[in-house]
Design a protein around this ligand. Structure first.
Ligand code: C5P
Length: 317
């Protein structure tokens, strides 16, 4: 095969707890990540010139080294130089559907798709954990995006334990087109404001384990209890993002008053806010009501659902 077309789903955070700090400047996390069916399409193709090319028509997506998908391809060329010289360069085409810089792991899932696509193109036969290990060097969310589904993510977010997958809950996503929140800013501000209350890197594993409060939502997921899952959602980063971004707070508040919404939360460091809803019909109704309640042409709304899929092949030639 000389070319693969891959589907790269976005993710939401059903749970994000900041446990403590780390000497590398990152934060120790306990998260529950969930793949959603809103996805980009990533085509990877071997080309005869020894180079990496990225194409994307979306105006906010760079095609140089600042694109994580480019860096994923570059990583493969340095990790597997023999395959690179045997198969030649790689051309990557990104068809963007996931909002950019939205807290939905759009860039991370594109990078994950490039790792999986090049593994296939170059017939490397890497295992999931080998792909995840490569992914972790690119970004904290990349390893999750490879297998996707529903998972507990700890450490920087790259240590994964799979949970039984959910796919019966619908989701409405809301985001203001012009609004961006820097992830680094959100974590830094959280550390400045709340850092004195959390666990230090030097403290014991027992102390760290007892700081995690995700037990109830994990139980709700095991029971596939949508109402309980929605009630037990949590995101520590809301503590810094909601006061600083009134538009995100407003989405959160308007969602909470909608009939049929089981629960609402900001995803990652935002600015996307999502609502869990029982059926597609209800999700469409919530979308419509939100459009009417906030009539702003910069508001983007999507109806999607939870999915069990991570990166998967749509077609190959
Ligand atoms: O790993 P990634 O590049 O996606 O992270 C983006 C930024 O988010 C990091 O530069 C860091 O500031 C912050 N971050 C963190 N702790 C984590 C994950 C991310 O502080 N566990």
């Amino acid at each position: 095969m000389r070319s693969y077309s891959l589907i790269a789903p976005a993710k939401i955070n059903l749970y994000l707890e900041i446990i403590g700090d780390r000497p590398d400047g990152y934060h120790e996390l306990a998260m529950i990540l969930q793949s959603i069916s809103l996805a980009d399409q990533i085509d990877v193709r071997s080309i005869s010139v020894d180079t990496i090319r990225v194409h994307c028509k979306h105006p906010q997506v760079p095609t140089d080294k600042s694109n994580l998908a480019y860096r994923a391809a570059e990583l493969m060329t340095t990790q597997f130089p023999e395959a690179f010289s045997k198969y030649g360069g790689v051309e990557i085409t990104i068809k963007k559907h996931i909002p950019v810089a939205a807290g939905l792991a759009g860039g991370s899932t594109n990078a994950a798709a490039v790792l999986v696509g090049i593994d296939l193109l170059w017939k490397l036969g890497l295992t999931q954990s080998e792909l995840e290990e490569l992914g972790a060097t690119l970004g904290s969310d990349v390893p999750f995006c490879i297998a996707g589904g529903t998972a507990i993510a700890t450490s920087r977010g790259e240590q994964l334990s799979a949970l039984p997958s959910l796919d019966h809950i619908y989701i409405v996503l809301a985001k203001y087109r012009s609004l961006e929140v820097s992830t680094a800013w959100a974590y830094k501000t959280y550390r400045e404001q709340f850092g004195n209350s959390y666990i230090r890197d030097t403290e014991s594993l027992t102390a760290r384990a007892s700081a995690v409060h995700s037990g109830e939502i994990v139980k709700a997921i095991l029971d596939k209890d949508s109402t309980k899952i929605a009630q037990k959602m949590h995101n520590d980063l809301e503590r810094v993002v909601l006061p600083a971004y009134p538009q995100v707070l407003q989405l959160r508040e308007v969602f909470a008053t909608q009939e049929g919404v089981l629960g609402t939360m900001m995803s990652g460091s935002g600015p996307t806010v999502f609502a869990l809803v029982e059926s597609e019909q209800q999700a469409q109704a919530v979308k419509l009501h939100l459009q009417e309640a906030i009539s702003d042409e910069n508001l983007e709304l999507f109806v999607t659902r939870m999915t069990t899929h991570g990166i998967h092949v749509a077609s190959s030639v």
